[in-house]
Design a protein around this ligand. Structure first.
Ligand code: NI
Length: 134
């Protein structure tokens, strides 16, 4: 964390009104906190798109455990990418369905490769993965 620096920003009244309305809806305590969050999200997304730096986040998948191919592929993938996997949680949802959450941390390009490989699974559903720069 660096030193906090103040700077001025100019914008039209209309745009400022839109910003203040958004801040009120989101419940941010002030413009500075809102703008910090906006910039962090923008920088994080830009780094993700450009493949820069490290990220952390989760990949969530629901699959039918009677489909042994999926269970096997998921285990195989986790062994292959062990250096970027922090931990995995497996929940037996019911007699057929399993939910698995894989927490990942590391190089953004390695994590993208993991997600591309996992996208090919014949899962029942997967939650949109979300990663942030660290
Ligand atoms: Ni299970």
């Amino acid at each position: 964390m660096g030193q906090t620096v103040r700077f001025g920003v100019s914008m039209t009244e209309d745009l400022l009104t839109e910003l203040d309305d958004w801040i009120a809806r989101k419940g941010y305590p002030n413009r500075s906190e809102a703008i910090r969050q906006i910039v962090r999200a923008f920088v994080s997304e830009a780094k993700w798109e450009q493949g820069i730096g490290n990220v952390c986040g989760a990949f969530t998948v629901i699959y039918n455990h009677h489909n042994h191919d999926v269970a096997h592929e998921l285990t195989h993938l986790q062994h292959k990418f062990g250096d970027i996997i922090v931990c995995t949680t497996h929940v037996h949802m019911d007699e057929a369905r399993c939910l698995e959450v894989v927490i990942l941390k590391g190089d953004v390009n390695q994590i993208k490769t993991f997600l591309e490989a996992a996208a090919g699974f014949k899962s029942l559903a997967s939650v949109s993965p979300s990663f942030v720069s660290i």
